[in-house]
Structure formats: C-alpha cells, structure tokens
Design a protein around this ligand. Structure first.
Ligand code: UDP
Length: 239
C-alpha cells in the first residue's frame, strides 16, 4: 500500500455530535480520543490539517429559536458552544502529541486566538493543526458553511465531511438494506437526486468554487487515513 497522501492540505468538518459518542449530550472522552488518533495518523503522513468543529452536541440555535428564543441570540450561543468543543479538541490533540491552535471567528482573546487567515496558513505550513471555532462568526449560518468558507480561504485540496454513515447512499442504509453507497457523485447528480451532502449554502459554495467534498465515517477505524491516501472510502462529490 502506498503511503503517499493524495492531498497536501485538508479541511476536516467534524459535527458536534461526533464528539458525543453514545452519550446524549456533551463530549465523550473516549470518542474524542479516537477521533484525535485518526487525525494524528494523517498529520504523521505530513498532511496539513484544518478542522472546523460544530456545536450541536451542546447547543443548536435553530431548535432554541423554535422554542421561542431570538434566533440570532441562540445562534451566538451555538457559536460559543463550538468554541468549547474546539478547546476540548485542542486539549485532546496536545495529549496525543499534536501541536494545535484554535482560531475563533468571535473574539475571545483569553481563550482563543482571533481568526487571521495568513496566520492560519502559516500554522498549517508549520505542520500545526488549526481548529477553526465559532463558525463563520455570523448568526443564520452553520458550521458546514464555515467549513466551506475556511476550506476555500486555506486553499485546501479537499473538504472532508465526517459523518456517522460511511458515505452517501442511494437510500437510508439504516432503513433500507438494499441501499448502495455512491463511490463518486458530481455536484449536479447530488442535486438532481436530492441527496443531502452538506447544508445548501455550504454545498453551493463548494460547487461554485470547485472544492470537492469527501463524505466518510470518522467512526470507522482508519477511515481518515484511507481517505487521505486516496483509497475507496466514503463518497467523493466532485465537479
Ligand atoms: N452557528 C452560527 N453561525 C455559524 C456557525 C454556527 O450561528 O457560522 C450556530 C448555529 O446556532 C448552530 C450552532 O452554532 O446551530 C452549532 O453549529 P452547527 O449546527 O453547524 O453544528 P454541528 O451540527 O456541526 O454540530
């Protein structure tokens, strides 16, 4: 097996839920350590890694707005939840021997550096993992969109969208045993078949800017490395 990575620089989108494991809320230690273990493997291959982390395991603005809270206020709380996850991820990375930096789109000087594009690129070039916190810094957006945005700003080779399912399927594989995983899909095919890859804003951004997306499962042992080595893992959505 070749150990030459197919990508030099990647943007990994991790949802907040990815950190929960089997818990119903918050951060599960064993789960975060397993994810960090996968990241370490690709860092050790010399791949530059940026991470956008979600916040849905702690706070989701939309559901709070639905229960009567002002949407923008709820969204700012959601963004702050992503900062908590980012700090937990950085801590777990440092325990695993990865040098990581957190850059936040909302200024919180005491806990994280502000997002500065040039500095983030410099960190990546130095082999440090950059964790982008607080989404885009704007309410009414999601961390999927933040991942698309930061991915483009960092000129990454690919966006890796980590999910619980190991790719995009013809149908829900949990409900339909006949469902088949797509190896590759074009953006137009994904739209035409009404397949949900990322939220619509993020998807449109990636499509317009030609940033390919790989959907894969972060819960499958070694999956991130296989993706980075260009092996048949997950689903590639391409132009
Ligand atoms: N959020 C926001 N603007 C952003 C990114 C996130 O307002 O640019 C808020 C929004 O309330 C969202 C919450 O932060 O519900 C958590 O983000 P997201 O739902 O994307 O997290 P994930 O589903 O990836 O865990």
């Amino acid at each position: 097996m070749s150990q030459t990575p197919a990508y030099k620089r990647i943007l990994l989108k991790l949802s907040g839920e990815a950190l929960m494991g089997d818990d119903s809320y918050g951060i599960n230690r064993a789960t975060i350590e397993a994810i960090v273990g996968q990241v370490k493997e690709v860092v050790d291959l010399g791949v530059q890694v940026g991470v956008v982390i979600g916040g849905g395991n702690i706070f989701r603005g939309v559901s709070q707005a639905a229960s009567g809270m002002d949407r923008a206020t709820a969204d700012y709380m959601g963004m702050m939840a992503t900062v908590m996850n980012a700090l937990a991820l950085k801590d777990a990375m440092e325990n695993a021997g990865i040098i990581a930096r957190v850059q936040s789109a909302l200024t919180m000087q005491q806990v994280a550096e502000p997002y500065v594009r040039g500095k983030a690129i410099q960190y990546l070039e130095e082999g440090k993992v950059v964790i982008f916190a607080a989404g885009t810094g704007n309410p009414f957006f999601t961390t999927d969109t933040a991942a698309a945005l930061r991915g483009m700003e960092m000129n990454v080779d690919i966006m890796l969208k980590a999910t619980k399912v190991d790719g995009v399927y013809t149908d829900d594989p949990k409900k339909n045993p006949e469902a088949v995983r797509y190896q590759t899909l074009t953006f137009d095919e994904a739209i035409g078949r009404n397949l949900k890859v990322m939220d619509a804003t993020a998807f449109a951004l990636c499509r317009d800017q030609g940033l390919n997306i790989k959907v894969f499962s972060i819960f499958k042992q070694g999956a991130l490395t296989r993706v980075v080595l260009g092996e048949d893992e997950g689903t590639l959505v391409h132009c």
